[in-house]
Design a protein around this ligand. Structure first.
Ligand code: CA
Length: 495
């Protein structure tokens, strides 16, 4: 291990990481020596011909923990995702800050626990509502990077507010192609054989947008997003860029063209076969993006994060989070512990496994440190991961990680090997030793009341910093909007 480390330092040269900028060598951005408004060193850096790295975040939607080759999947080949793991660092304890879509994205984009600003539920599809979306008081990663001189692009699923004020172009993304809701049909309408629910009739069928212009949906969504990503890389090869590639794959509806379905004759279950095909299409897309980087000589100048926004929805889709318990929506590991890779050839170790818990909240501080951007005004909950993934900082990036859903109906805290969680509708929290019991099978709460007490206190201290959810989830909102039961017919007593 020592030799490997020495070799890495020799090859990568710590000098390659020693940009004259805040936070790149060990401290979280918020603790770095660069004060508020400090001039970052990037102008000098670029004058010297040293390029700041591109940053690509590839976010899968509802991808099962065990549905990628690098986490042991047997029936779906994911060679391109596996190549990211082989050429980068697999974060074996990679978490998202929420067990479902929109709040996770809110945390990722701000580097802050999204409950701090009330973004705790998915937004309903309300394009007229200027209150249901990531509050305008928060600053997006894209906006920070834009200010630091990066060109910024978002592709695919947005799900952070549908009103014009929440549009990606208003939040720091110079370029945007995708859809503003929580999902979309994968095929154009005329090729779409699926019966659709009422939600899907509207939200999942809105026209795609290029920036603020509606465009016709012409092909298989996953392929479209991959093609757009490849084009973005080519278009911006000469300047530092940030690309947010938010596939809606492998979220429902389950739809895949025969080209991908044909790869899985060994999967008998039609739903699993379609899910596999969707995942395979995404894997092809990731391969195409990496090939584009290689073609333009940018592979060693680009940090790629790959992760899922939450765990697989095991009760809805035949996906797998094994050996984790539960799935999307839950604070068991299956809801929040996701496939998570950081790949930066020549700079981060190749084929390494990092075991300390890391979070999607860490992406923003990492990106800002690499970009030489000054620390944001608001305190961050994430840290710059580079020194940790390089082995330069051997402590844990986080003393604790926290989760809360439903305004507190369910919550969890992880501290070292222990995780305390409370599910919706249950009174007593459960305690698990994740080092010994990753599948959360043996509740140790009764055996270790001291740990329960300590973790409960730390959760309560964190919880006291949060605000209630700013809006209800789409289901609750819809229920309220539904017409009330008809009043008994009024009978006019007069003749
Ligand atoms: Ca999701």
């Amino acid at each position: 291990m020592r030799t490997k480390r020495r070799e890495f330092l020799k090859v990568a040269g710590l000098g390659a990481l020693a940009f004259p900028m805040a936070g790149s060598l060990g401290l979280p951005v918020s603790q770095s020596s660069a004060g508020k408004g400090a001039t970052p060193g990037f102008q000098a850096l670029e004058k010297d011909g040293q390029r700041r790295p591109n940053i690509i975040v590839i976010l899968a939607d509802d991808l099962g923990y065990a549905d990628v080759g690098f986490n042991g999947c047997q029936d779906i080949a994911t060679p391109n995702m596996d190549a990211l793991a082989k050429n980068g660092v697999r974060c074996a304890n990679g978490y998202v800050s929420h067990p479902f879509c929109s709040p996770t994205r809110a945390g990722l984009m701000t580097g802050r626990y999204q409950q701090r600003f009330g973004h705790e539920n998915n937004p309903a599809w309300l394009p007229e509502d200027t209150k249901v979306g990531l509050p305008l008081t928060e600053t997006f990663l894209a906006k920070h990077l834009r200010a630091a001189g990066y060109v910024t692009g978002a592709l695919g699923k947005w799900h952070l507010g549908a009103a014009p004020c929440f549009h990606p172009n208003e939040r720091g993304f110079v370029e945007y192609f995708g859809f503003l809701g929580g999902g979309h049909m994968y095929l154009p309408d005329e090729k779409n054989p699926l019966p659709v629910s009422k939600t899907w009739q509207v939200e999942y069928r809105i026209p795609l947008s290029r920036n603020k212009e509606a465009v016709t949906h012409t092909g298989y969504m996953t392929d479209l997003l991959s093609d757009e990503a490849v084009a973005f890389v080519g278009r911006h090869k000469a300047e530092p860029f940030f690309l947010y590639l938010a596939y809606n794959a492998v979220h429902t509806p389950l739809q895949a063209p025969e080209k991908y379905m044909a790869r899985f004759p060994h999967i008998a279950d039609e739903k699993r076969r379609t899910y596999a095909a969707m995942n395979s299409a995404m894997d092809d897309g990731i391969g195409a993006v990496v090939a584009a980087l290689r073609e333009h000589g940018l592979e060693r100048d680009t940090l790629i994060f790959f992760l899922s926004d939450n765990g697989g929805p095991i009760t809805v889709v035949p996906c797998s989070n094994a050996p984790l318990r539960g799935g999307k929506g839950q604070v068991f590991e299956g809801g929040i512990h996701v496939p998570f890779i950081a790949c930066w050839p020549g700079k981060l170790p190749a084929g390494a496994v990092y075991n300390e818990p890391v979070s999607s909240l860490d992406l923003l501080p990492t990106a800002l440190a690499l970009a030489g951007a000054p620390p944001p005004d608001k305190p961050l909950d994430g840290v710059n991961l580079i020194p940790f993934l390089c082995g330069e900082n051997k402590t844990a990036p986080h003393a604790r990680l926290f989760w809360r859903t439903g305004g507190g109906t369910a919550w969890a805290v992880r501290e070292g090997r222990y995780k305390l969680l409370k599910n919706t509708g249950e009174k007593q929290p459960q305690l698990y030793d994740l080092d010994a019991d990753l599948g959360e099978q043996r509740d140790r709460a009764a055996e270790q009341p001291d740990v329960v007490q300590r973790l409960t206190a730390s959760f309560e201290a964190w919880n006291a910093q949060l605000i209630p959810p700013r809006w209800e989830g789409p289901k609750s909102a819809r229920k309220k909007q539904m017409p009330r039961k008809k009043e008994p017919r009024h009978v006019d007593p007069t003749p």
